[in-house]
Design a protein around this ligand. Structure first.
Ligand code: ZN
Length: 102
């Protein structure tokens, strides 16, 4: 399990997969977090009407605090439609998959 700090209420959530958009157990806002060696990207749900402003607030806050490797973005890929089952971003892409046959 990994711990993720909710970008909205700052409570700590536990998840086995922070990359998947999930609701905060405390405030219910949806977010995801993608980390690599050099960067942490916090992804906010575009269906949340306050997400764009929140992303700007987070970026301002992190710049002031010197967390330059952190970035907040709003997820525009999923849109407002509901989906069933696993997040479609977890499926391998034809382009990116090394197993894709040409
Ligand atoms: Zn929260």
């Amino acid at each position: 399990m990994e711990t993720v700090s909710c970008p909205y209420c700052r409570e700590t959530n536990h998840t086995s997969c922070p990359e998947v958009m999930a609701e905060c157990a405390y405030c219910g806002h949806r977010s995801a977090e993608v980390r690599d060696t050099y960067q942490t990207i916090v992804i906010l749900d575009s269906a949340d009407p306050g997400s764009w402003q929140k992303a700007e607030e987070l970026m301002t806050e992190w710049q002031e605090q010197g967390f330059l490797e952190r970035e907040a973005i709003v997820d525009r890929r999923v849109g407002k439609e509901e989906y069933v089952g696993s997040d479609r971003r977890m499926r391998p892409s034809w382009v990116a998959s090394p197993l894709a046959k040409i």
